[in-house]
Design a binder for this molecule. Structure first.
Ligand SMILES: [Zn+2]
Length: 190
């Protein structure tokens, strides 16, 4: 059996706490739904923010909802270099000691002392998918892609939850490295 997964490329984006939504967009503001994302319940909001680093500003960055317990900024290493910050590669939610950045909205701004990361590449699976593939939550696997720039991604973390839909997530640097174009699949090879 080939263990095939759809690969999706995640562009830079921000997750916010409700408190930070209100600082950036005004008292009582809430994230408003624009577009559904592949993972159930997750959405792109209509709101946007700018990110300011020591070297530069990245404008018009997506905010993904719903709100979270901690604000987190997910960047590619190219984005981080443009801003002038150094981001560690981390799993989502693991932000202790990660990079500081300034988030600017129409009504206010916040300097987060940590929270900017490059997301560790990962595969979302349901428990049934994980069983079919013979992998478990937290396992590190390798995923091979085909094509002119085909490559093997090592150190891909498997995440298992009944709330997930089967997909592998990489950032835009990784997508460019593999020649990502439209619907692309990878195969778990180890
Ligand atoms: Zn993901």
């Amino acid at each position: 059996m080939e263990r095939t997964v759809l690969i999706e490329s995640s562009a830079r984006h921000v997750h916010l706490t409700q408190e930070h939504v209100e600082i950036l967009f005004g008292k009582g503001a809430e994230l408003t739904f624009k577009k559904e994302l592949s993972q159930p319940g997750q959405f792109q909001s209509e709101q946007r923010v700018d990110l300011v680093g020591p070297k530069n500003t990245l404008k018009n960055i997506s905010i993904l909802g719903p709100v979270r317990k901690a604000t987190q900024v997910e960047l590619s290493c190219t984005d981080a270099r443009a801003l002038g910050i150094k981001v560690p590669v981390r799993e989502s939610g693991d932000i202790a000691g990660s990079a500081p950045v300034t988030i600017v909205g129409p009504e206010g701004s916040i300097d987060i002392p940590e929270g900017a990361i490059a997301a560790k590449r990962h595969i979302h699976l349901t428990p049934a998918d994980a069983e079919e593939f013979g992998v478990t939550n937290g396992q590190i696997v390798s995923v091979k892609t085909e094509g002119e720039r085909g490559l093997v991604f090592d150190n891909v973390v498997v995440r298992v939850s009944p709330n997930f839909k089967k997909a592998m997530h990489i950032d835009t640097d990784e997508a460019n490295a593999m020649g990502y174009a439209g619907e692309t699949y990878g195969v778990i090879v180890g």
